[in-house]
Write a protein that binds this ligand. Structure first.
Ligand code: TAP
Length: 517
């Protein structure tokens, strides 16, 4: 294609700012969708240094959407140089915190204005159900940018009473400063939202960033980059490189000029990221990793609500959800009846084209992932699990795997401890009167991202919430995350929070200044 100028008017209908790129134009979802398919470095859309490309696939059709540059180490280095220059010498650094907040707020407004396009892209590239993408993938992303835009001019240090150097006095104060160039590496399940959770806090704190989206879902990050130009984010502050984790991600974690890595992904890769951060230059690092979150349903719960919420807790976003309830414990006295109701509920999910407004369950994200889900069920069944519903790839075009329920999951079954990251509910029962035992089993995992409990006994719910080793515990609800509440795991689910005030700490360093007078 040829580069053309895309002029987009701002909210007040004024024109002027233009972004130049070679757009892909699609007529889809009742709109003309226009988006970049090049990487974004130093304020420009560019190809890779060696001209190589890769294709991104639509999981609903298994057909390619477009080609993108396959980033090289030279591309990462170029992006880091741009981010370093923008941090050390650019307008971004000189700008007041309030002005920074204004630009981030404007970015949120532009995302709102373009939310149908962003949600359509998420649907095409990640198989996200469009109606859900509007509300969650894109809706929550917008919320998180607004939330952190508001933090920019509220990042404060302290004055601290230290001992005086008599006869003189001392004044001790702290400054909260940005770290520098930050590398962000994110997975494919909520492409724009994972970008936003990290990047909004990172930029609010005043850093500059090089982001690597998952190779299978790069498109919303690039549309976002276009909007960032229109919001007045200066060149070099946001850079997006599109390439593989093993090459591009690895170069970011090892780069001597990157001072912090924010990573979301699997525990296995998280460990190599941490190692590379340590070996290269003792980078600060935060890791949001895998989960196998227990959900405990007591017999005294509001069962109708618990059935709906338990299904939501597992099948939300086709199970491609880090806090998905990976293991559901059901009290023995209600187990059989409850499982029957779960099966009825699971069958209600309308499976189909993610752009169709009546669809509740879209295609899995990509083929390798779908194949893993098929294997997961086979292996669980070999270990004694019973398939109550689903369990097989659907015979139709697209990467469809239905909501699946496996019962009779023994503690020894691999499915009791391994994450599927798909729409597979793993059900075990527990003795109604033995709370200690179900807590022991719920905590018998190396993960600790989230957990949930359903009971009408408030005292029991609080005791259970306190005993569960997880970064987020839901009581009589599930899936209720919010941009203002800190989110992140315990144990091998990682460390460092996204969202809430605490997320800012991940992207700040504290300087202590002591003055004698
Ligand atoms: P990973 O395979 O770990 O990939 C995550 C990201 O890391 C991708 O962008 C990947 O690049 C990149 N990467 C791969 N190898 C790398 C390396 N050696 N150095 C640096 N980066 C590297 O995870 P996934 O399969 O995409 O995502 C699923 C996992 O993410 C699940 O375990 C899920 O629980 C977890 N997850 C956690 C959360 C939270 S908040 N805790 C949220 C969502 C997902 P490419 O894949 O593009 O090559």
């Amino acid at each position: 294609g040829e580069n053309i100028d895309i002029v987009i008017r701002n909210l007040r209908g004024e024109g002027g700012i233009s972004v130049t790129y070679d757009p892909i134009v699609l007529n889809v979802n009742n709109m003309e969708l226009k988006f970049p398919h090049d990487q974004f470095i130093d304020g420009k859309f560019v190809g890779s240094s060696d001209g190589r490309t890769f294709k991104t696939i639509n999981p609903a059709t298994e057909k390619p959407i477009c080609e993108l540059p396959l980033a090289t180490v030279a591309d990462v280095d170029r992006a880091v140089r741009a981010a370093k220059k923008a941090f050390e010498r650019g307008e971004w650094r000189q700008m007041s915190a309030r002005e920074r907040g204004k630009r981030l707020y404007k970015l949120a407004e532009l995302m709102e204005e373009h939310k149908e396009e962003l949600a359509t892209l998420e649907s095409l590239d990640a198989g996200a159900v469009y109606t859900l993408a509007l509300k969650t993938h894109v809706g929550m992303s917008i919320d998180v940018w607004r939330y952190f835009a508001g933090w920019c001019d509220k990042i404060q240090g302290k004055t601290i009473p230290i001992s005086n150097a008599r006869p003189n006095k001392n004044l001790c104060l702290t400054l909260r400063e940005p770290i520098g160039v930050v590398g962000l590496i994110t997975p494919w399940n909520y492409p724009l939202m994972m970008l936003s959770w990290k990047m909004a806090a990172c930029l609010a704190a005043g850093n500059t960033v090089v982001h690597k989206p998952a190779q299978v879902t790069p498109l919303t990050a690039l549309k976002f980059a276009e909007l960032s130009v229109l919001a007045g984010i200066p060149p070099g502050v946001i850079n997006i490189v599109t390439g593989s984790g093993s090459l591009v991600g690895n170069r970011l974690t090892a780069h001597p000029d990157v001072r912090k890595i924010g990573f979301t992904g699997s525990t296995e890769i998280g460990a190599t990221v941490m190692e590379s951060c340590a070996k290269s230059n003792i980078k600060k690092v935060s890791l949001e990793l895998g989960g196998k979150s227990p959900l405990i349903i007591f017999a005294d719960a509001d069962l109708e609500k618990a059935v709906k919420q338990a299904c939501g807790a597992v099948f939300f976003n086709k199970g491609e959800n880090c806090i998905a309830a990976g293991r559901v414990f059901i009290a023995k006295s209600i187990h059989d009846d409850f499982v029957k109701k779960l099966v009825e509920e699971a069958k209600q999910y309308q499976i189909g084209d993610p752009l169709d407004r009546s669809t509740a369950h879209g295609p899995q994200n990509h083929l390798a992932h779908l194949n893993k889900l098929v294997e997961y069920v086979e292996k669980a069944v070999a270990g004694g699990a019973k398939v109550e519903v689903g369990g097989k790839r659907l015979e139709r075009e697209g990467l469809y795997f239905p909501p699946t329920i496996l019962s009779n999951i023994d503690d020894e079954n691999f499915a009791a401890s391994e994450e599927s990251f798909g729409p597979i509910m793993c059900v075990s029962s527990f003795d109604d009167d033995d709370i200690e035992d179900v807590l022991r089993r719920a905590n018998d995992t190396e993960f600790g991202l989230a957990a949930g409990v359903f009971t009408r006994d408030s005292s029991k719910s609080l005791r259970v919430a306190e005993a569960l080793h997880a970064g987020t515990v839901f009581v009589n609800t599930y899936q209720k995350t919010d941009v203002a509440a800190p989110f992140g795991g315990f144990k091998q689910s990682g460390f460092g929070k996204d969202m809430g005030e605490e997320a800012l700490n991940e992207y700040l360093v504290t300087k202590t200044i002591t003055i004698e007078y």
